[in-house]
Design a protein around this ligand. Structure first.
Ligand code: ADP
Length: 464
């Protein structure tokens, strides 16, 4: 059983993990798709914007930087060809590259123009630009490559990236325009990129529905799994209880049965038959045991009847205090003659709609448990009072008590606390189940308060 429970648990968790992974893959796919769509959309939008800027403003967005660079490059070209040795040449190239890099970043107007165009259209405008210089040659007496990507590094070993603002994200940049810029002194090739810093949020907003749906579906599956698993465990617990019940019942039924068998055998003995007194005594014993047997069988029958149909109470308007007095007194003379019973009623003249038979069974069960589950001289306190919430009947004992865990289950059908020797206290685990059923049938309930070793209090509450 244990292994079965574990395998159900493992299977369930494994399926949930698989489901979650599938969801992650799906959401990831959607995310990538949205990402690509976003890139594509803004590539097209920036082309549209470029066209507009060109046609309407007659500019390519690099007029200022072109002017600045042409001014600078005149002198730079001169200095470059004047360089004495390779070290000086190298330094000069570095300086030129740096100047170009900064100028391209700071003096271009395209970013502002693009942002303005995007804003007018109500599109995203929070992007950062980056410029990658691919090639830079100076044309003095002969061509001096400052940066030459295709024929290997001339000065800098890697791409020279010009960035404005934050760090770029890999692969998310959009190439707006590859540009060639030329004048008498230099030839420059670079790429102008834009990158949307709010892109993640934007895509998140777009895929929120999918994301929520997938989280929701995982939650639903997990919930269903938990409920199913708990039901399974509950069923298992009930089946264990039933097994226990059958064992107990066998035990309970065997005792009177074997007494009757022995008594029957005794009656056959000639010695007994000649003694009238003995015959009567044995017959009484048989009678008593038959009644006990009958009670047990009736109890089981009644319980199964209750299972099938909603049973009906025959309610009468009863003086509760009188009824309780009757029950306690007949209990005192019957089973509980060794117990000390303290009556504390405060219900004088109060009448309620009760079924006398069931109510008697209910109180009797509590009283007999109070005696049964006791390891010393039982002292039982029976209280009865009325408050705003209804009528309360409390049975307190000084018995062995019930631990917290058992308290949760003692009202369950067939449940018996497994503390100590179970056969020391005989029973079927039906008494309290009965009590609860009867209390509920009267519209009320029963609760327990107990400390192991100290005693227990059972409280019945019936609405008034
Ligand atoms: P049974 O007495 O036949 O076992 P009950 O339904 O009457 O069945 O009680 C269920 C369990 O609750 C008992 O097995 C016992 O462990 C515990 N119990 C009930 N009443 C008391 C009590 N007054 N004191 C201690 N334990 C109790």
């Amino acid at each position: 059983m244990m292994r079965k429970r574990n395998s159900v648990l493992i299977l369930g968790i494994a399926s949930i993990i698989i489901l979650a992974s599938v969801q992650v893959i799906i959401v990831g796919g959607i995310w990538n798709q949205k990402n690509e769509m976003f890139g594509l959309r803004y590539t097209m939008r920036s082309q549209e914007a470029l066209y507009f800027i060109n046609r309407r403003l007659g500019s390519d967005g690099f007029d200022t930087v072109r002017y600045v660079l042409s001014k600078y490059s005149e002198q730079a070209a001169r200095e470059l060809s004047d360089a004495q040795d390779s070290a000086a040449l190298y330094n000069k190239k570095q300086e030129i590259l740096k100047y170009f890099t900064i100028a391209l970043d700071k003096e271009q107007d395209l970013s502002a123009m693009l942002a303005a165009y995007f804003e007018r259209r109500g599109w995203e405008k929070n992007f950062v630009h980056s410029i990658v210089i691919n090639d830079l040659e100076f044309i003095a007496s002969d061509t001096i490559p400052v940066v030459h990507r295709r024929t290997g590094p001339a000065i800098s070993g890697k791409e020279t990236k010009v960035k404005a603002g934050q760090d770029e994200e890999n692969g998310s940049k959009i190439l707006v325009v590859p540009k060639v810029m030329e004048d008498n002194n230099y030839r420059l090739m670079f790429d102008y990129y834009i990158d949307f810093s709010d892109k993640q949020q934007y895509i998140l907003r777009e895929s929120a529905a999918t994301l929520l749906l997938s989280i929701f579906s995982i939650i639903v599956v997990v919930t269903i799994f938990i409920i199913t698993y708990r039901n399974l465990m509950e069923e298992k617990r009930l089946s264990n209880l039933k097994t226990d019940f059958i064992n107990n019942m066998t035990h309970e039924l065997k005792t009177p049965l074997s007494t009757i068998t022995v008594a029957g055998k005794t009656l056959e003995m000639p010695l007994i038959r000649s003694n009238d007194e003995k015959i009567v005594e044995t017959a009484r014993l048989i009678g008593k045991q038959s009644i006990h047997l009958n009670q047990l069988i009736n109890m089981i029958l009644e319980i199964s009847m209750w299972e099938r149909t909603q049973f009906e109470l025959e309610k009468k308007n009863i003086d509760i205090e009188e009824l309780m007095d009757d029950i306690v007194e007949s209990f005192r003379t019957g089973g509980g003659n060794n117990a000390q019973i303290i009556k504390k009623y405060d219900l004088k003249g109060i009448k309620a709609e009760l079924d006398v038979v069931y109510f008697t069974t209910m109180l009797n069960n509590l009283l007999s448990n109070a005696v049964k589950y006791s390891d010393k001289q039982p002292v039982i306190e029976v209280e009865g009072f009325r408050s705003e919430e209804g009528i309360f009947i409390k049975v307190t004992d000084n018995g062995i008590g019930i631990n917290k865990n058992d308290q949760k289950h003692i009202f369950d059908k067939f449940y018996r606390a497994h503390t100590g020797n179970i056969h020391k206290f005989k029973g079927l685990g039906l008494g309290l189940y009965y009590v609860k059923k009867i209390a509920e049938a009267h519209g009320g309930d029963v609760s327990v308060n107990s400390k192991p070793g100290k005693g227990s209090t059972f409280t019945i509450n019936i609405p008034y």
